[in-house]
Design a protein around this ligand. Structure first.
Ligand code: ADP
Length: 372
């Protein structure tokens, strides 16, 4: 796996019972996954020779992020190394402009959008639709809300163009909530769909995930799963695909973006599904039969643990573990910095309010925003 973040750490964890030998290319020996994987190469994924050396002896290469340049992935494929997901699929998770064009071509519902040339063109885009505000996104390099601007007039539209990267304009969707439809597809075409979840974002960062999305009609949940399976099939995705969606006020779902790797909206599956997203991602990239995606409990809630002002979590561990023995804690081995995702907790049970309260309490307590 290329990339040493928490997604690699948890994928490695899922590979242990399957007896999978896991090799990691990590930026530094301190990265989340590099701390726990035995076979680590420290190097820069942007350097083709580093990638080539790393890939030698691997049966298959997969990723914990989408930043490896497309031409490097093509070079690895030309060397005979299976790259999963492959570069032709992955480009849709790397480039929002390419993604929008392709989704339009296969008839998947998206917010109105187009590439814009500068602030005056953004004003034209606004005038062509319902006016301001307009959402602007750099087509590449954004994450956790960085690279996304909500602009209210032409003067405010200058900033996104400063980076010199193409900019995509989108209508600002009046959504009720954000959903994620997660599916896993293997090279021989088997696919499984997890229940559609609600994903609560705060300041562009995923904060909480509820599985399944409370109150979502069977029709919309089926529609969201169908969209995700169609995207996986049409784009030739191998591995886990997260389709982030908006549920609109008028009862539709529109695709926001795609991630072709394990995803924050699937962390609940570690404790809440028969087979976790990480285990299924590995099974898919190795072309093994996929595992059952069904939930093990009526409700599962995942809450991200963000860093707060207290670097030492030991006292908080004592409290959280003692208060709630059913709490599932997953920490990533990262230094605590304010606002940084350092772990997550999962809770599950029959009563949604109670399950949610337990997850929120633990995440807030670990962060230090509550003390009792
Ligand atoms: P990132 O690549 O940083 O994850 P996203 O495209 O997912 O960026 O956007 C981050 C957040 O911004 C979304 O989760 C959503 O809350 C908001 N957002 C993005 N696009 C739109 C849109 N067209 N309309 C309304 N809100 C949007």
């Amino acid at each position: 796996m290329v990339g040493g973040g928490q997604l690699a750490r948890m994928t490695h964890e899922a590979g242990i019972p399957l007896g999978i030998r896991f090799k990691l290319l990590s930026d530094t020996p301190q990265d989340s996954a590099a701390q726990v994987v035995a076979d680590v190469v420290v190097g820069d994924y942007r350097d083709l020779e580093t990638l080539r050396d790393f890939a030698r002896g691997c049966d298959v290469i997969t990723f914990d992020h989408e930043h490896v340049p497309t031409e490097h992935l093509k070079a690895l494929e030309a060397d005979g190394i299976p790259v999963r997901p492959g570069p032709d699929a992955l480009v849709h998770a790397q480039d929002k402009g390419v993604m929008r064009d392709r989704l339009a071509a296969i008839g998947v519902p998206c917010p109105r959008n187009r590439i814009v040339a500068g602030p005056a063109d953004v004003a034209r885009f606004a005038a062509e639709g319902d006016g301001w505000p307009v959402v602007l996104k750099t087509v590449r390099g954004g994450y956790d809300g960085k690279g996304v601007w909500v602009v209210r007039d032409e003067a405010g539209a200058a900033e996104p163009f400063r980076a010199g990267v193409p900019v995509l304009a989108e209508e600002k969707v009046d959504f009720v909530r954000e959903l994620a439809a997660n599916v896993v597809r293997s090279p021989h075409g088997q696919a499984v769909a997890y229940p559609v979840v609600e994903s609560v974002q705060v300041d562009g960062v995923c904060n909480e995930v509820v599985a399944p999305a409370p109150g979502l009609s069977e029709e919309l949940s089926g529609e969201a799963q169908r969209i995700a399976l169609t995207v996986a099939e049409e784009l030739g995705v191998v591995g886990h695909l997260a389709v982030e969606l908006f549920e609109t006020r008028d009862g539709r779902v529109l695709v926001n973006e795609l991630a072709m790797r394990p995803h924050n909206s699937g962390h609940w599956t570690m404790d809440g599904a028969v087979t976790s997203q990480f285990a299924n991602h590995l099974r898919a990239v190795l072309d093994l039969p996929l595992g059952d995606p069904r939930p093990r409990s009526r409700w599962t809630v995942m809450a991200n643990v963000l860093g707060g002002d207290y670097p030492d979590m030991y006292p908080a561990y004592l409290h959280c573990m003692a208060r709630d023995p059913g709490l599932k804690i997953h920490m990533y081995g990262k230094d605590v910095k304010p606002g940084r995702k350092v772990g997550h907790v999962n809770t599950y049970g029959d009563d949604l309010d109670e399950v949610r309260e337990r997850a929120r309490h633990a995440a807030d307590y670990l962060r230090g925003t509550i003390t009792e």
